[in-house]
Design a protein. Structure first.
Length: 113
């Protein structure tokens, strides 16, 4: 999966926008996907060591199962590891449908005030 594909999918969800709060010297290293109504994050896309990381919120009861089942899902990079996971989206075996499903779950989990 490509970074832009993930951004476009996130923007297809209702009332969302992309934000670039961590740009450095004009270069974009990360993109935060947010809810328009609350400004809460539901996804963070980053370039880390030549990989594209996607941080998404997950139900803590589901996080361990995801991590033990998929080698491209790891504890969240620089975020709460109980509630957030990282998906390394540029791995060859990434299931795009699973990524979209997890983005939607994160969107729903962060939607509430």
């Amino acid at each position: 999966m490509e970074k832009q594909e993930v951004i476009e999918y996130c923007l297809s969800l209702n009332n969302t926008y992309e934000d670039y709060p961590f740009s450095k010297s004009g270069d974009v290293f990360s993109v935060v996907m947010k809810h328009k109504s609350t400004n809460k994050w539901f996804a963070l896309i980053m370039n880390v060591n030549n990989d594209i990381y996607l941080n998404i919120k997950t139900d803590p009861n589901y996080s361990d199962l995801l991590r033990s089942t998929y080698d491209y899902i790891i504890p969240a990079y620089h975020m709460n590891k109980e509630h957030w996971n990282t998906i390394i989206i540029n791995k060859n075996d990434v299931d795009k449908n699973l990524v979209k499903e997890l983005i939607e779950q994160s969107y729903e989990l962060t939607k509430r005030k």
